[in-house]
Design a protein around this ligand. Structure first.
Ligand code: HEC
Length: 121
């Protein structure tokens, strides 16, 4: 899941007691933003508020991703992971988000959840 370089950086940060390890590295966030722009933005919108340009074609309004933390239904990364794996709970199964797991690498999922974490209100 982590590249060797990332692991080394995290280890180094842990050793010197830096808080940088806790926060996403800037590079990860940029990669997450790119994954989001390519795979999520059309539905979830420019501002991650669920108002993407495809919403008129969807049966169900995409979730506002900026309030996941406020909703306290599990951590943000877990919600993202479940959503891309098609395992999140919905009222109607046919309304589930399209499965994205085949289009995303595990790294992509990690990066995009770092991005979604960064847009929490
Ligand atoms: C084709 C449109 C579409 C795309 C593309 C899409 N989503 Fe969604 N997403 C939805 C819809 C619609 C819902 C809400 C309906 C539901 O409950 O399944 C949703 C719900 C979610 C949720 C909330 C799940 C929960 O716990 O309630 C998360 C998190 C999420 N999407 C993340 C993502 C991420 C990250 C991407 C890109 C990797 C993405 N989505 C791409 C349509 C989309």
């Amino acid at each position: 899941m982590f590249t060797k370089a990332t692991t080394t950086t995290l280890l180094f940060a842990a050793l010197i007691g830096s808080s940088a390890a806790a926060a996403a590295e800037a590079g990860d966030l940029d990669k997450g933003r790119a994954v989001y722009a390519q795979r999520c933005l059309h539905c979830h919108g420019e501002n991650a508020d669920g108002k993407g340009h495809l919403i008129d074609f969807l049966k169900v309004v995409p979730a506002d991703l900026t309030v996941l933390q406020q909703q306290k239904k599990g951590c943000v990364a877990e919600r993202v992971l479940k959503a891309v794996l098609g395992r999140h709970t919905t009222t109607a199964p046919e309304h589930k988000m399209p499965l994205l797991k085949d289009n995303l690498t595990p790294e992509d999922v990690y990066f995009v959840s770092e991005f979604v974490k960064s847009v929490q209100k």
